[in-house]
Design a protein around this ligand. Sequence first.
Ligand SMILES: *Cc1c(COP(=O)(O)O)cnc(C)c1O
Length: 406
Amino acid sequence: MINRRTLLKRLSAIPLVGTVVGSGIPVQSVFAHTPSVPKRDMIKELGLRTFINAAGTYTAMTASLMPEEVMETIEASSKEFIMLDEVQDKVGEKIAEICHAEAATVTSGCWSAMVLGLAGVLTGTDKEKIAQLPNLKGMKSQVIVQKTHNVAYVHALKNTGVELVEVETAEDVEKAINDQTAMLWFLNYTAPEGKIQHEEWVALGKKHNIPTMIDIAADVPPVENLWKFNDMGFDMVCISGGKAMKGPQSAGILMGRKNIIEAARLSAPPRGNTIGRGMKVNKEEILGMYVALELYVKKDHEKEWKSWEQKIAYIEEMAKKVNGVTTSVSVPPVANHTPFLKISWDPAKINLDRTQMQEKLRKGNPSIEVIGFGEHEISCTVFMLRPEEEKIVARRIQEELKAAIA
Ligand SMILES: *Cc1c(COP(=O)(O)O)cnc(C)c1O
């Protein structure tokens, strides 16, 4: 504790430049804005590598860049205090309205949306149960998933203490359901590989009165996916905020039934004795998420798609000029649903493998990240490129291909 005398002594040690009118409170130069100090460039200062992202919305590559409107929202809201729950209430209402959901809340990514949504299902509004998770005593303990949906992200569900029960057919689901079944989980991006499709999954949930959740983390575009699964009847929809929606990378959305979202929020900050206390989203990012969503919904998606096609065509043309190169363009059916360019080469004509090519592009100036699967090919997307960057990507790829001609 600082007593009055110490405080006065400390204050008097700071050069006085004036007083706030009428208050008699001294204004110290330390509080005054000093525009002469140059802004710090932390990227330079720390020597961090930046790059052109021709890969996509990869978490490891920091996913996406926030539009100026989102940054302005973050900046402006950082100057005020607001009650965390009040920001969530208001933003949740707005997001729910846009996405045809009964309710919504901003989470720290799609992953936390899954944890919190399931926590809400397991505990309801029971305070003891909320404090008890991940100990499931007195609660249900199983979540049913299709075998083809059982990927690494289910770890989010397991965090609540549940075990996963794998199924393949609707018949399997009927057999697997018992009094311990808490939820039916669906992973949108592997839907084409599964035997049970969305509507049937929802119907199974309704028939047995078991809530259904869908993970659509990276599944806009198309923009309609924001409301499609709420309309379809999924009780919870989880999505990433920082992928193609270009919200804060650490934000996401949980939306769905009002009673579940309310229960889920009881496991989320600011409440402390909960499984979700570490999944905090600050007010800046809650508001930033909302603005990003709004911008995303309002944008001219057709025009954007055309510009992606043009950029892909530009890179493709440049690469194809090199003898021995073949290209193909495809669009993944579900997640990261944007044009994808594959550039392959004949190793007899071009003496280069994929990792060497990636390394050359990475080490070049400017540094470029692309993805790759086969040994003599790379792939790129253009939806994370800033204006004109497709020209640099095209030129650099062509340069390296030419340089490796055998
Ligand atoms: C990215 C992703 C997640 C995790 O989302 P975050 O927003 O990073 O928490 C979950 N599921 C799938 C299918 C994803 O692609």
